[in-house]
Design a protein around this ligand. Structure first.
Ligand SMILES: NC(=O)c1ccc[n+]([C@@H]2O[C@H](COP(=O)([O-])OP(=O)(O)OC[C@H]3O[C@@H](n4cnc5c(N)ncnc54)[C@H](O)[C@@H]3O)[C@@H](O)[C@H]2O)c1
Length: 327
């Protein structure tokens, strides 16, 4: 089986590619080849099968077809303009997150056998803020353009699935921490910065109060969920192909306490006012009842110390090396 990762140079795309390369199979099937497409050149992981890297956007149908040759069994669609950037550049967000996703679905639908298509949606599709409790039945009312674009993506995946063009699953990912490397243009980037920068001897800005909670998960959990979604028997999923995976709720104060428990210096974290970021993240809910995902076998996110431990074990050394190299 051929596997395609769109957004293969990104934070989660890279980790997913490495895990698939290490395991050599996916959804119980041996992998014959993998393609990583991204507008930024992806670094192919060491693998026992050929890995093709395509440096391209989502705007060209033929390029997307090349990235998904006949025999493609699973497509992971992770390429996106993320939250703060989609808010700052509305038209770019529309072009990539909606038109790009439409192109991806058209290319996947052109395959003779409908592939499993795993699309990464987001908790940012919800609003209601700190007091809201999101269940599997809660209506999505987005409070920013990124959330609206992700809902449209989910609906496109839903309808392409209903038509039998693809076999889709959308995962509404929590905020994934700790993001290695440099901060990105996600509005929630601070949640990673406050747990990453102190270990690098750098300062991090906290644009929300310490009682502000987020719904979070580790990259290990996110990759595990993506792999689980790739092999999920969809009989039990039914018509609703969007799933809220079981992350955890944590306040930034709890995150800072976990930082200290892991040996990090919370003195490096400075409270700042940043209205632009606060306006994007403040409507995001943090309390989720994820009964459906648990019933479908998505593994619950372990407590906060796992999240920090995963960063220290998997990513701190590489992030430090990148900083030393000046990137
Ligand atoms: N990381 C999180 O906290 C989080 C939370 C919820 C949802 N998500 C979603 O998960 C997915 C992966 O997130 P991530 O953190 O790895 O993001 P990321 O920004 O690290 O990776 C996204 C990748 O998409 C690529 N990309 C952007 N526009 C493109 C285009 N036009 N053509 C081709 N490639 C393009 C970027 O170059 C980047 O490598 C995204 O869809 C994101 O919206 C992430």
């Amino acid at each position: 089986m051929h596997v395609t990762i769109l957004g293969g140079a990104g934070f989660l795309g890279r980790k997913l590619a490495e895990r698939i390369a290490a395991e050599g199979n996916l959804a119980g099937r041996a992998i014959s080849a993998m393609t990583l497409l991204d507008q930024v050149r992806a670094t192919p992981p060491r693998a026992a099968f050929p890995v093709t890297v395509i440096e391209a956007g989502l705007d060209n149908f033929e390029t997307l077809r090349t990235a998904m040759p006949e025999g493609t069994g699973v497509v992971f669609h992770l390429a996106a303009v993320v939250s703060a950037q989609a808010e700052a550049d509305f038209h770019l967000g529309m072009r990539v997150n909606i038109e790009g996703t439409r192109n991806v679905l058209a290319a996947a639908a052109a395959l003779k056998a409908p592939p499993r298509l795993v699309f990464t949606s987001s908790v940012a599709t919800y609003s209601g803020g700190q007091d809201a409790v999101i269940t599997d039945a809660t209506r999505q009312v987005p409070a920013n353009s990124y959330g609206a674009q992700k809902i449209i993506g989910e609906l496109m995946v839903h309808d392409h699935t209903r038509k039998g063009f693809v076999d889709g699953i959308s995962l509404r990912l929590p905020t994934i921490v700790v993001r290695p490397g440099r901060p990105n243009r996600a509005a929630s980037s601070f949640a990673s910065s406050i747990l990453r920068e102190p270990f690098l001897g750098e300062e991090a800005a906290l644009p929300v109060p310490e009682d502000f909670a987020l719904f979070i998960a580790s990259p290990r959990s996110a990759v595990g969920w993506l792999l689980h979604a790739a092999g999920l028997a969809t009989g039990a999923v039914g018509l609703d192909r969007s799933i809220n995976p079981p992350g955890i709720r944590a306040t930034t104060g709890e995150m800072l306490a976990a930082l200290v428990a892991a040996g990090g210096d919370r003195g490096r974290v400075k409270r700042v006012d940043d209205k632009e970021i606060f306006d994007v993240v403040s409507p995001w809910p943090a309390k989720f009842d994820t009964a459906r995902a648990r019933a479908l076998g998505f593994a619950p996110q372990p407590p906060l110390n796992e999240i920090i431990g995963a960063f220290l074990e998997d990513d701190l050394a590489a992030t430090r090396a990148l900083r030393t190299a000046g990137s």
